[in-house]
Design a protein around this ligand. Structure first.
Ligand code: NDP
Length: 294
């Protein structure tokens, strides 16, 4: 019987861990949960049949999954468990973390006989609820194969390279999201200034070559409606852009558009805050243009 433990029941982790509980109930096994704010773990257990674990129980799991804000918070978690970890455990980190941290964490955990894979996810909170996330895995091929069975919240699992490659791919994906969102915001603000109906413009763009997830989903559902529901914060996106720029630097790459995107999102976060939804960055574009995108 496999015991799987999930650490970090946030916007992503809570629904991801629900799939673990369901999978354990259907296939035999135990799904343990742990959260820094313990009340969320108790709510998860009541709603989804998971079991709230102590730190020492967590440390004994066959598989540990984590989904925390940053690699620094994963480091803290490793520190909490370090003295109690069991050789043979596979630690799969679904945080959107830093490639350098993945390599350090793998080495640190290897000293205890624990294997570490970077396994960030895409698909948002709706993908986490539906169990349709994409997981990008970095690490040795045999460990990646072992990990596949422990990802019941995923519709697609891709081995993208060695340790750190998963975090690198995730960061570049998210900086592309940031570029598309911002550029669409600038273009639509200009059209609004000319008196063009933004929804009509989106209708055209979304059957044309300028379309993206930002124009198809984010802007119609979150910006035009003025709802900006918080599912993925601007602070987390700004963190991902910073990681992407470190990836460019490590590759000795030249990426002026991505660098500019970092500066723009930093300015947006200073102006509209970090706890708002990432699409609220377009409120800063709106201020720059003195008009709303709707
Ligand atoms: P949330 O802020 O909603 O949740 C963060 C979780 O981490 C909470 O359970 C929080 O516990 C816990 N936590 C925070 N700091 C620590 C710490 N120092 N030690 C232990 N636990 C800690 O974040 P999300 O779920 O939105 O994001 C998690 C990761 O997934 C991030 O790396 C993000 O970039 C990535 N991601 C997010 C997506 C989204 O749509 N939201 C999509 C894809 C990836 P507590 O309850 O105590 O605060």
């Amino acid at each position: 019987m496999t015991t799987t433990a999930f650490i970090g029941l946030g916007a992503m982790g809570y629904p991801m861990a629900a799939h673990l509980s369901r999978h354990a109930a259907e296939h035999g096994g135990a799904a343990l949960v742990w959260n820094r704010t313990a009340s969320k773990a108790h709510k998860h257990a009541a709603e989804h049949g998971s079991r709230v674990a102590s730190l020492s129980e967590l440390a004994q799991a066959d598989v540990i999954l984590s989904c925390l804000p940053t690699s620094a918070s994963v480091d803290e978690m490793i520190g909490r468990l370090e003295g109690q970890l069991r050789p043979g455990t596979l630690w799969i980190d679904c945080t959107s973390g830093h490639p350098d941290a993945a390599r350090t964490q793998r080495t640190r955990l290897a000293a205890h006989g624990v294997r570490f894979l970077d396994a960030p996810v895409s698909g948002g909170t709706s993908g986490a609820q539906q169990g349709t996330l994409t997981v990008m895995l970095g690490g040795p091929a045999d460990e990646v194969e072992e990990a596949r069975a422990a990802l019941p919240f995923a519709a697609k699992v891709v081995h993208v390279g060695n340790t750190g490659a998963g975090f690198a791919v995730k960061a570049i994906n998210n900086v592309l999201l940031a570029v598309n969102l911002w550029a669409a915001g600038e273009g639509l603000a200009a059209l609004a200034g000319l008196g063009v109906n933004v929804s009509a413009a989106l209708d055209v763009i979304n059957t044309s070559s300028g379309r993206s997830n930002a124009t198809e989903n984010l802007i119609p559902q979150r910006v035009v409606t003025r709802q900006f529901p918080v599912t993925f914060t601007l602070g987390l996106l700004a963190k991902d852009i910073g990681i992407a720029l470190d990836v460019v630097h490590a590759a000795k790459g030249s990426a002026p558009v991505l660098a500019q995107t970092g500066a723009l999102y930093d300015a947006a976060a200073r102006n509209v805050g970090t706890d708002v939804d990432h699409t609220a960055a377009l409120q800063f574009v709106e201020r720059m243009n003195a008009r709303e995108i709707r």
